[in-house]
Design a protein around this ligand. Structure first.
Ligand code: ARG
Length: 459
């Protein structure tokens, strides 16, 4: 048991207590950020005259050696240390002697861990944002390729009106762009450096907090030392944004699972992203989509957990806050994995465009357009709605689509119908006529695709 304190204690810590308290098993994840932070701290200590240049160089060389050895596997971070901070300081002192003990001058583990968590979170935020961007690019390609791929649009999971695959994917594109911008907002709010806040009340040393903030690529130092050591808002915000990303992925997965089912057959998930059954030889299951849908729960759990942990904590640091890590790290890893896999799955899906179009034709998705036809011929909309309702009933009875009725059959229900009804209710016509911005018509879609193209170029 190697710990950084003990002077005021007369007994050894009980082993169970020690284990319960220790965080090395999970905070070793930010070993790199811990050492980066220490190097910046030491550079600053030397620049304000607290360390000599020689001491600074010795400590930095020592830390760089530890970092190298951890990364090449020759130095293992083991459980005999309480946390990553103790590990680095102990190994450093072992390697360079007493000068290593000066590393922690003007610093507390409270501002140290606040910094480490922020640096790690910032790095994860950026890699998640990159993965969202990759997914946005995949959506853009699908949108460009499918302006004329007609499919049914649904409300209440009932066929509603015809639209296109481009338009459907475009809905997710909007969600993912919002996800991206949420991550950017969080980055801007969180990017201030807590180092130099000490345990809670700053320090008596003339620390240059601007310098450490700059060395670590922050916009500047945080402005209240109590808040600095006990702020985990940025973790909560990020987990909330990640929960929203997972919710979006999960909805898309749900649609992919439906579309891939024997009943829909709109798509076929690539073999590389499907799995088989150990008993039913015919099966090809959408396990990846189901797992992503399922893993959404654990990301929500991380958010709920930290919100609950934080709600009763008086200022400033309390040990409860150590609980900010495990589920959060799990959530970061989960979201990264899900985004990468979802993107790969989406890229390799085969779309059965003929089946999608047939499905749009055979679900009365053109009924609104038939009513609009009547309105354009002077029939009040409410009456038109009733007439088309009767047409639909007639078709259901005969097991046919609106497109399959003869003109005589149409005229028997309303004499207003003429031969051009067929053109008017063709699913392609139905889509092509919807060209207000945001609608599925090709002219509208081309505008949106151009806007998205520019957005991608700018990000
Ligand atoms: N392992 C601790 C955490 O993650 C580090 C800070 C410890 N500070 C303290 N005063 N015990 O929160």
């Amino acid at each position: 048991m190697a710990q950084l304190w003990g002077g005021r204690f007369t007994k050894e810590t009980d082993k169970l207590v020690y284990n319960f308290n220790a965080s090395i098993n999970f905070d070793k994840k930010f070993y790199k950020q811990d050492m980066e932070g220490s190097i910046a701290h030491v550079k600053m200590l030397a620049s304000v005259g607290i360390l000599t240049e020689e001491e600074r160089d010795q400590i930095i060389t020592g830390i760089e050696g530890i970092l190298r050895d951890v990364e090449n596997g020759s130095l293992i971070i083991t459980e005999e240390y309480e946390d990553i901070h103790s590990f680095v300081e102990a190994v450093l002192t072992e390697r360079i002697g007493d000068v290593g003990k000066k590393l922690h001058t003007g610093r507390s583990r409270n501002d140290q861990v606040a910094l480490d968590m922020k640096l790690y979170t910032r790095q994860e935020l950026l890699s998640i944002r990159e993965l969202v961007l990759e997914l946005i690019k995949t959506c853009q390609t699908l949108m460009e390729e499918n302006i004329h791929t007609v499919m049914p649009g649904f409300t209440h999971l009932q066929k509603a009106q015809p639209l296109t695959l481009s338009h459907h994917v475009g809905a997710y594109m909007e969600m993912f762009k919002r996800d991206y911008s949420r991550l950017s907002d969080i980055y801007d709010r969180m990017n201030y450096c807590p180092l130099g806040s000490g345990a809670l009340a700053g320090t008596t040393y003339p620390l240059d907090r601007e310098m450490t903030a700059e060395l670590l690529d922050f916009y500047g130092p945080t402005l209240n030392s109590m808040d600095s050591v006990s702020d985990r808002d940025y973790v909560i915000e990020l987990l909330s944004a990640l929960s929203t990303i997972m919710m979006h992925l999960s909805r898309f997965c749900e649609e992919i699972i439906l579309w891939n089912s024997n009943e829909y057959r709109f798509i076929e998930i690539d073999d590389a992203y499907s799995t088989g059954s150990s008993i039913m030889p015919q099966k090809k299951n959408p396990d990846i989509a189901e797992l992503i849908r399922g893993k959404t729960g654990r990301v929500y759990a991380a958010l709920t957990s930290i919100l609950t942990t934080m709600k009763g904590i008086p200022l400033a640091y309390n040990k409860d806050m150590q609980e900010d890590k495990e589920l959060t790290f799990d959530a970061y890893d989960t979201v990264k994995g899900c985004l990468a896999l979802f993107n790969g799955m989406l890229k390799t899906i085969t779309f059965h465009k003929d089946i999608m179009e047939q499905s749009a034709k055979h679900g009365f998705t053109n009924a609104t357009d038939a009513a609009d036809y009547l309105v354009n011929h002077g029939v009040p909309f409410r009456d038109a709605h009733g007439i088309v309702g009767r047409l639909v009933l007639y078709c259901i009875d005969k097991g046919i689509a609106l497109d399959d009725m003869s003109l005589e059959e149409y005229k028997a229900i309303s004499p207003v119908f003429e031969n051009d009804i067929y053109e008017a209710i063709d699913v392609h016509t139905c889509v092509d006529k919807r060209n207000t911005i945001g609608a599925p018509g090709p002219k509208a879609m081309e505008q949106v695709i151009a806007i998205n193209k520019k957005w991608i170029e700018e990000h």
